[in-house]
Design a protein around this ligand. Structure first.
Ligand SMILES: Nc1ncnc2c1ncn2[C@@H]1O[C@H](COP(=O)(O)OP(=O)(O)OP(=O)(O)O)[C@@H](O)[C@H]1O
Ligand SMILES: [Mg+2]
Length: 257
């Protein structure tokens, strides 16, 4: 029996930011359609992992391998990674003054559609789909006509990330604290959208500090990042344990024993 190649495969990935070795050795498999939750103390490197996989130039890969569907992710430009089906929702989504949200998302979507051999959507068809999705996500329609995230509230920015996720339908999405700043309806919208996309085969890496969301997502695995390495892998019990005792517990345990 042959073991299928995971969708994302990281081996001994090492990343420097500025003068710091932030990721020391990350090895990780994400099977197609799986949902992994990534936990870790503030500053442990969760966002660094997402931005590195997305191809942010400030995050320097100094060793190791990363493949997406068997392709060398690290050899690809940020745009090529997006076309190959990787999507990152930012922990702090930036404003892009002067660029209209609907044109921004339609341009990204049509680039992804071209890579999938799908015909481009014209402005009319796109707007129909975007309005439907925005309605489902509780994002006011007016946000489509404004510059990207310009004057958006924290929760509206996160909903705008979800709108991009819903329309782009990536193969692998990394959601970096998508729930932070979201109200209760926003959190429900996250769970609904993740479930709908998973049913279509999208895999997820979800970064979150909140047990309630993590439990609602029914992850296949929960990982804890510590000092630039995956320190623990488990199931919901690991997330519950972290919520109860905090990230310092594993350092404290040997001294207490
Ligand atoms: N551009 C940068 N310049 C210098 N240091 C950076 C930069 N980006 C990240 N770092 C450092 O890398 C470490 C990891 O940061 P990262 O944002 O990946 O943590 P995180 O796990 O996402 O934390 P949080 O839970 O607070 O979002 C931190 O110590 C941070 O200060
Ligand atoms: Mg972060």
């Amino acid at each position: 029996m042959t073991v299928p190649e995971p969708l994302l495969r990281l081996r001994d990935l090492r990343v420097d930011v500025g003068e710091r070795h932030v990721l020391k050795s990350i090895s990780l498999d994400v099977p197609a359609g799986a949902l992994l939750v990534l936990m870790g103390a503030n500053g442990s490197g969760k966002s660094t992992l997402g931005l590195t996989l997305a191809g942010h130039p400030r995050y320097r890969v100094v060793g190791g391998q990363a493949t997406l569907a068997g392709q060398d992710l690290l050899a690809m430009s940020a745009e090529a990674r997006a076309r190959a089906g990787f999507f990152l929702s930012f922990q702090a989504p930036p404003e892009i003054p002067g660029v209209k949200n609907n044109l921004f998302i339609r341009t990204a979507l049509n680039a992804v559609r071209a890579a999938r051999d799908e015909p481009p959507l014209d402005a009319f068809d796109f707007l129909g789909d975007a309005r439907d999705e925005a309605g489902r996500l509780g994002l006011p329609e007016a946000m489509l006509g404004r510059p990207v995230n310009d004057g958006f509230s924290g929760g509206e920015r996160k909903r705008n990330e979800l709108l991009q996720l819903a329309l782009l339908r990536p193969r692998l999405a990394m959601l970096d604290e998508i729930d932070s700043g979201m109200d209760v309806d926003g959190t429900r919208a996250i769970v609904r959208l993740v479930q709908a996309l998973r049913a279509q085969g999208t895999a997820f890496i979800v970064v979150s500090h909140y047990l309630q969301l993590i439990e609602s997502l029914a992850p296949d695995a929960v990982l804890r990042l510590d000092q630039g390495c995956i320190a623990e892998t488990g199931g919901l019990a690991l997330a519950a344990d972290i919520a109860r005792t905090g990230f310092a517990r594993s350092a404290a345990e040997p001294q207490e024993a």
